[in-house]
Design a protein around this ligand. Sequence first.
Ligand code: C5P
Length: 233
Amino acid sequence: MTLAARERLIVALDLPSVAAAETMVQRLGDTVWFYKIGYQLAFAGGLSFAKSLIAAGKQVFLDLKLHDIGRTVQKGVESVAELGATFLTVHAYPQTMKAAVAGKQGSTLRILAVTVLTSYDDADLAAAGYDMSVAELAAARASQARDTGIDGLVCSPAEAADLRKLIGPGMVLVTPGIRPSGAAPDDQKRSASAAEAVVASADYLVVGRPVLEARDPKAAAEALVAEIDEARH
Ligand code: C5P
């Protein structure tokens, strides 16, 4: 995949209102082309805002992590495809993934699967009734995602290199948990720098707080683009 460094940075608009998101998008200007909208903003007018971002030429990743019966997922994905979003997340259950792939047909929407939430450890999986380790379940679901025709996976930078070996070059890998070297990890336990994520074969990097909370968000985003660009050479 040949993407310019700037196309590979996705800023997570984890903000409480459309007004706050609009202010941030304005501050970031031409530095950022791709935005992620998750639960917080989506349920506060963020879906209409997604449409205006797309109309303004930006790309949008809707991080809605869908999971329901097949028909409901398929119909929901058809509606998301109408919005013109680029990426949508679903949980990596076979029925859900199959329905999402059916729902996006004929659109440019790409479906990303979340294998196992990174907040889960082996004990959490056992408590949820699974008789598998996180690593085993994530690998099994990644293979199922590939076989179902899912476009990509969301994973931590620490898993990216191993997952790339498992799924091959055709799927996109999107990694959150990016922290500039020396920055506060916040609640990210397995963070990596932008350069490390690129070297581990991530195609797109999702960054939230290191940009949103920077004194100069545009400068922080520019520094990340430069780091991504540098890591490719
Ligand atoms: O602020 P920060 O850079 O940690 O934001 C990362 C974004 O990526 C958040 O929107 C969060 O929901 C998302 N994310 C994550 N870890 C995952 C999956 C998604 O941090 N495993």
